[in-house]
Design a protein around this ligand. Structure first.
Ligand code: KIV
Length: 276
């Protein structure tokens, strides 16, 4: 058992200790996260775009999520791993939801699952939790409903929509989730929800009053050229730096500067001369 558990995560809210969460989709980057101070990693269904090259989170399959979750989990000896449930892996019925949540733990080796929605998936959350699987909720902008929401836009800007988000967050807590992501909601609504709930809220584009924050690995490191979402801070510009480095390598090969002698070995010359 890792040091970080859902109890630990709940205790951070009681102590008013803000915490960070980051996404990861492969072993190497997850290892870097595991060696960092970040306590929680989400194997997000944003893998659909980042790992598999689709244009939204809708196409990624359960099998594709299990592969990335397993790779990330192998790297995380201390970081708490949450596996995201992809589109239609939990919406159709409670039994489908339990089966797929279970697979994320059994095959994906995650320690908890995340799913999108509130009131309408309360029974799925309840049953998954009562099966012994911790659930992280996700309300506000729920990208799996992008077509229903008419795009990736801030939610909760009018009374009806703000009330729905508050009701959804309450439903998620009521169903037994240990935390809830608030995506792209006004910061004063996020504050009200954070003050109302006893479980930690984890914001993305939801302002500073959430109990924790979550960001996409590739957004904060600047790994995707020209993609600058308002909710993300680019701490580095790695796509530019990596592109420049790849060109240096390519030029060095073209100019015969790489490889040098030290980058390979020789066998004794007798061997070469005895070859026919
Ligand atoms: O899949 C994802 O990247 C998410 C975000 C909340 C970070 O769900």
């Amino acid at each position: 058992m890792k040091n970080i558990t859902i109890k630990t995560i709940g205790s951070w809210k009681k102590k008013s200790k803000p915490f960070s969460v980051i996404t990861a989709y492969d072993y190497t980057s997850a290892k870097i996260v595991d060696d960092s101070d970040i306590p929680i990693v989400l194997v997000g269904d944003s893998a659909s775009m980042i790992t598999y090259g689709f244009s939204s989170t809708l196409p990624v399959s359960m099998d594709e999520m299990l592969l990335v979750s397993r790779a990330v989990s192998k790297a995380c000896s201390s970081t708490f791993v949450v596996g995201d449930m992809p589109f239609l892996s939990y919406q159709p019925s409670v039994s489908i939801a339990i089966k797929n949540a279970g697979l994320l733990l059994k095959k994906g080796r995650a320690e908890a699952v995340k799913l999108e929605g509130g009131v309408e998936i309360k029974s799925q959350i309840k049953k998954i939790v009562s099966s012994g699987i911790p659930v992280m909720g996700h309300v506000g902008l729920t990208p799996q409903s992008v077509n229903q929401l008419s795009g990736h836009r801030i939610q909760g800007k009018d009374i009806k929509s703000a009330q729905k988000i508050l009701d959804d967050a309450r439903a998620v807590e009521d169903a037994g989730a240990f935390s809830v992501v608030l995506e792209c909601v006004p910061q004063n609504l996020a504050k009200l929800i954070s003050d109302t709930l006893t479980i930690p809220t984890i914001g993305i584009g939801a302002g500073p009053h959430c109990d924790g924050q979550i960001q996409v690995f590739h957004d904060i490191l600047g790994l995707i050229d020209g993609f600058n979402p308002k909710h993300a801070k680019k701490y580095l510009n790695l796509s530019t730096d990596i592109g420049k480095t790849l060109n240096v390598y390519s030029q060095e090969v073209a100019n015969k500067k790489f490889p040098q002698k030290k980058h390979s070995t020789s066998c004794i010359s007798d061997i070469i001369s005895s070859l026919e």
